[in-house]
Design a binder for this molecule. Sequence first.
Ligand code: DQA
Length: 154
Amino acid sequence: MTPAILILNGPNLNMLGTRQPEVYGRETLADIEALCRRHGAGLGLAVDIRQSNHEGQLVDWIQEARGAKAGIILNAGAYTHTSVAILDALLASELPVVEVHLSNIHQREPFRHHSYVSKAARGMICGFGSHGYVLALDAIARIVAPSPHDSEEA
Ligand code: DQA
């Protein structure tokens, strides 16, 4: 069966392309979604991609993923730095989570250095722009469907 991955983007990521392009690049969210679908298909993953500006909506989608998806890739935007509710939903999902940020949050303002999401994440990828989603898909593919060669490569 094809493992299904939920890719969630949080607030203001619908503005990509026009929002601070010097920080977030010129690609739109639609470009990133197309990239994820293409790369996910190549890895044999079914990719379900959603974006919301609303914390409760993100919590609802994470709750629904429990038992229905094989893993979650999450860029929670500014909620990364504020949301215990999203952290709790991720912990309750009992799913492998990969955290993504387009920018290198550790190079930026101190309030961006702390992530509530990280406590629930297997790992975090930041600073590589849209390529971070490709790296996150590669990481989650190995977690949800480890190839027989993985242990030899590691
Ligand atoms: C972001 C980093 C966050 O600090 C910011 O609030 C965002 C985007 C990133 O992808 O670099 O909205 O998650």
